[in-house]
Write a protein that binds this ligand. Structure first.
Ligand SMILES: Nc1nc2c(ncn2[C@@H]2O[C@H](COP(=O)(O)OP(=O)(O)OP(=O)(O)O)[C@@H](O)[C@H]2O)c(=O)[nH]1
Ligand SMILES: [Mg+2]
Length: 425
């Protein structure tokens, strides 16, 4: 089975909390602050590797969890940094959110994507020492971990694809052109999932060929195996469209029907450079059928026989020439048509609105939003100094102003997370 789509949960590590501590030594009655910083949490990365071929590894291990950063400690000891998770995926893996928002296309060997960012470690109280405040009783908490569910999808990376009705000889040609050993038979839908092979030409050039399951009229409505497999060839630069000359179908009609299915797929595959290939040229009457097809289409038709191997090398060379001269196609995305790819970036989105202020009932105001909640989590509110620093931050972010503007009154309760305070005009 071809595993090409998995859902994984990625969790980064939380940043370690900063420590509040004061030097305690026998001969030093009032030691200075010596609470160390917390370590940063580990991140989860996906890295494209050309020696990885499938997403099989993620079928069972569905959660990728990076390590938390350790807490800071007394005597200025820093917390240890949490280790990252480096998850290897095949080149060509697309990362998106569960609701279909595109995040990253890992199309080059070694390319990486940070799927969940480790939380920063909080500063210990030693870091808050200043000339004004020699005994700071404040430390930051580490930033919380990120947790999300992501979809990994692999679209096979082929340069050219063999398409056509069932039993026209696509798999037989792939076997002949590459070292693939794909089952072939004289019944329809022998091939149930795409196969890949590397075509090596006598001059040393090579390219990747995909053998696709057969299409039939109405495939876009789910007839036969449907058109679902066409997603695997969205990156293909060239199509080789096989039309059998064995007389079972009218070649022109067969050609036209497959073209219609390409159009119905909706990814613009019908605009790819296409080589029309007349297969089974060893069959009786093949020459006449090929000539008639050529005339009707008005383009050169490449005749081949996989049995005699006649015409195969010129076809493979022509395909290589077209692959060389055709630029790579970007992947089709619905969003592109609707006006630009939407790249989801939690950090950026949060930056746009530092906080959200709601007023669920009279005398109560609630502050929420990703950015401010992240900040909130960093403050150690068990000390007065922590609280006053946090209130100062709310002021800086404009919370106070917003409360005024929206009509908050003296004594109203303002809540953020589980922390409540009275509004003072
Ligand atoms: N006479 C003749 N028969 C061929 C030739 N190439 C393939 N065949 C036969 O045609 C039948 C179908 O071949 P396949 O390669 O399985 O066809 P396919 O297009 O992959 O078919 P699906 O996987 O079902 O879509 C097999 O019995 C092959 O032996 C050829 O050049 N000449
Ligand atoms: Mg086949």
């Amino acid at each position: 089975m071809l595993i090409d789509r998995v859902v994984v949960e990625v969790r980064s590590g939380k940043g370690g909390d900063g420590c509040i501590s004061f030097l305690q030594e026998k001969n030093v009655p009032k030691g200075g602050p010596d609470g160390g910083n917390g370590g940063h949490g580990g991140s989860v990365y996906f890295v494209a590797k050309k020696n990885v071929n499938t997403l099989l590894a993620y079928r069972h291990s569905k959660t990728l969890q990076a390590e938390d950063g350790e807490k800071g400690d007394k005597k200025l000891r820093y917390g240890r940094r949490g280790s990252d998770v480096i998850a290897e995926v095949p080149v060509g893996t697309i990362v998106s959110t569960e609701d279909g928002q595109f995040l990253c296309d890992l199309k080059e060997d070694g390319q990486s994507y940070e799927a969940a960012k480790g939380g920063r470690g909080g500063r210990g109280n030693a870091a808050f020492k200043s000339s004004k405040n020699r005994i700071p009783r404040v430390a930051e908490n580490g930033i919380p971990a990120e947790k999300k569910r992501l979809v990994l999808e692999l679209k096979l990376l082929a340069d050219c694809a063999l398409i056509g009705f069932p039993s026209v000889g696509k798999s037989t040609l792939l076997n002949l052109a590459s070292r693939a050993n794909v089952p072939t038979a004289d019944y329809p839908f022998t091939t149930l999932a795409p196969n890949l092979g590397v075509v090596s030409l006598p001059d040393g050039n090579s390219y990747v060929m995909a053998d696709m399951p057969g299409l039939i009229e109405g495939a876009h409505e789910g007839k036969g195996l449907g058109i679902q497999f066409l997603k695997h060839i969205e990156r293909c630069r060239v199509l080789i469209h096989l039309v059998s000359m064995d007389g079972e179908r009218d070649p022109y009609e067969a050609y036209r029907q497959i073209r219609e299915e390409l159009v119905s797929y909706g990814a613009g595959l019908e605009n790819r450079p296409e080589i029309v290939c007349a297969s089974k040229m060893d069959a009786e009457g093949a020459e006449e059928r090929k000539a008639a097809l050529e005339k009707k289409l008005g383009v050169k038709v490449y005749g081949i026989s996989a049995y005699t191997e006649e015409g195969v090398l010129p076809l493979l060379k022509k395909a290589f020439e077209l692959v060389q001269n055709t630029p790579e196609f970007p992947l089709y995305r619905k969003e592109e048509e609707e006006g630009g790819i939407r790249v989801y970036d939690a950090h950026k989105d949060a930056a746009a609105a530092p906080f959200v202020l709601s007023h669920p009932k009279s005398n109560l105001w609630v502050i929420s939003g990703e950015k401010i909640m992240n900040e909130f989590a960093r403050y150690n509110l068990s000390t007065d100094e922590g609280i006053s620093r946090f209130i100062a931050l709310l002021d800086k972010l404009g919370v106070d102003e917003a409360l005024h503007e929206k009509g908050a009154k003296e004594g109203d309760t303002v809540m953020i997370g589980d922390f409540a305070f009275d509004f003072v005009v």
